[in-house]
Design a protein around this ligand. Structure first.
Ligand SMILES: [Zn+2]
Length: 50
């Protein structure tokens, strides 16, 4: 079973929930695919260091 959640706000890739596994990231109220969500989290980690 695969449910369309929405589009990644960064790259426009569709994000799905597959068999209960959410194939994306909710960050700051926005939806990202796994790859873009990973990049966003790394950026926030860097900002938090300063
Ligand atoms: Zn993306």
């Amino acid at each position: 079973m695969r449910e369309l959640i929405g589009e990644c706000v960064s790259c426009g890739k569709y994000v799905y929930c597959e068999n209960g596994f959410f194939n994306g990231v909710h960050e700051g109220g926005k939806l990202y695919c796994t790859r873009c969500g990973h990049d966003v989290k790394e950026q926030e980690d860097r900002e938090n260091d300063s």
